[in-house]
Design a protein around this ligand. Structure first.
Ligand SMILES: Cc1ncc(COP(=O)(O)O)c(C=O)c1O
Length: 372
């Protein structure tokens, strides 16, 4: 057990980040996006920490089921809606909101009879417009017709939320987001209902996406990354943006030895010692979700002091240049990312983004939580 890689989730950081999101959102309602197991932080744990959110956003029905089984009574929005006709009865039983993004879902709703049974409550629907991402959503030209069809269905709640998703809102000078907002506003101009456009980067950089006066029913923001203190802007950390990282990943040093100049370290013998030097081995690898693509030079903290990995990341182990931490010994704590060592720094050394790393923790990692 003592060798186990440890992900410590800071519930205080999650709560304070949610408060920061709400403050920035002005009067807009806040959906805390907890999909992908709360961006790897733990679905139920994050949902409980986000008790003040106006809704929780999940990717699929199964996550809604997990949240209800955990006793979470909050509004839950399933961001890809039903995957098949048979899902609708579950949506109703669990009182989940459904994003409707495709004709097939419309047909299932029109044929659905489950409204007369169970709770009998009409389904709450979020209608998704494809304004330029070309992933999920209806063509803006068909939105009035689709909205009208949905409103006419007795099993659909009259308060339909209109939504779209941005493709490049993290690039604050990219015209695409302004064009997406304009397309959305034009397509929905005569439709009643709240609007939901902004993700984390939308919240930071695109006030027109959530602070406009177009809708008397108000706006929603749907925020994931910033809740976890993850950066959504290239070259910046979550801390740079005024948010607190909610995950610390750490492990222990299980070997320290001196290796001679010219000897090579790890698989494929890719890294050569430039001098006689101490090499540490820490108990974490790609089998835990630490990225195999992390290059030599990727920083770690050894008892709080900065050092760097050398050689290839293997399944269970990483090797560390300990010249900067000469007193390091077996049992010392190694931090892979934390408030002091931004996960964005590791992501940059591994050629990926921070979301990918926190989502990638495997079941071998022991999750604990604290109130920090
Ligand atoms: C539909 C939708 N809304 C909101 C979000 C949250 O995005 P972010 O984590 O960048 O805030 C996502 C995440 O991918 C999403 O797919």
């Amino acid at each position: 057990m003592s060798r186990t890689a440890l992900a410590t989730i800071h519930l205080g950081a999650l709560r304070r980040n949610l408060a920061r999101v709400r403050e920035r959102a002005g009067g807009a309602r806040v959906m805390a996006v907890v999909k992908a197991d709360g961006y790897g932080h733990g679905l139920e744990r994050v949902a409980r920490a986000c008790a003040d959110a106006d809704a929780l956003g999940v990717a699929a029905l199964g996550d809604g089921l997990r949240l209800r089984a955990a006793g979470i009574a909050q509004r839950i929005v399933v961001l890809s809606g039903p995957d098949e006709a048979g899902d609708l009865a579950e949506f109703r039983r669990l009182e989940l909101d459904a994003v409707i993004h495709h004709e097939s879902q419309l047909a299932w709703l029109a044929a659905d009879r489950s409204v007369s049974s169970a709770s009998g409550r009409p389904l709450r629907v979020w209608l998704k417009v494809d304004t330029g991402m070309h992933r999920l959503g209806f063509d803006p030209r068909s939105i009035v017709e689709t909205y009208t069809k949905l409103r006419a269905l007795p099993n659909v709640d009259a308060d339909i939320v209109l939504m779209t998703h941005f493709a490049a809102s993290d690039e604050f000078d990219n015209d695409l987001t302004a064009a997406q907002i304009a397309r959305f506003d034009q397509a929905t101009a005569h439709l009643a209902g709240a609007r939901a456009l902004a993700n984390s980067a939308g919240l930071l950089g695109w006030p027109a996406a959530f602070a406009g006066s177009a809708s008397p029913a108000g706006h929603w923001v749907r925020v994931g990354g910033l809740l976890y203190g993850l950066s959504v802007v290239e070259g910046k950390s979550g801390t740079d943006l005024g948010f607190e990282p909610a995950m610390t990943l750490s492990t222990k040093l299980i070997s320290v030895k001196r290796v001679k100049k010219g000897e090579r370290i790890g698989y494929a013998a890719t890294w050569e010692c430039p001098e006689d030097m101490p090499i540490g081995v820490a108990a974490i690898g790609y089998g835990d979700g630490y990225p195999r693509s992390a290059q030599p030079g990727t920083p770690v903290l050894v008892n709080g002091m900065r050092a760097a990995i050398v050689g290839r990341v293997s399944m269970d182990l990483i090797t560390i240049d300990l010249r900067g931490a000469p007193r390091a010994q077996v049992g010392d704590r190694i931090t892979l990312w934390s408030r002091e060592l931004p996960v964005e720094t590791i992501a940059a050394h591994a050629g990926t983004i921070s979301y990918d790393l926190t989502c990638g923790m495997t079941r071998r990692v022991l999750f604990v939580e604290d109130d920090r």
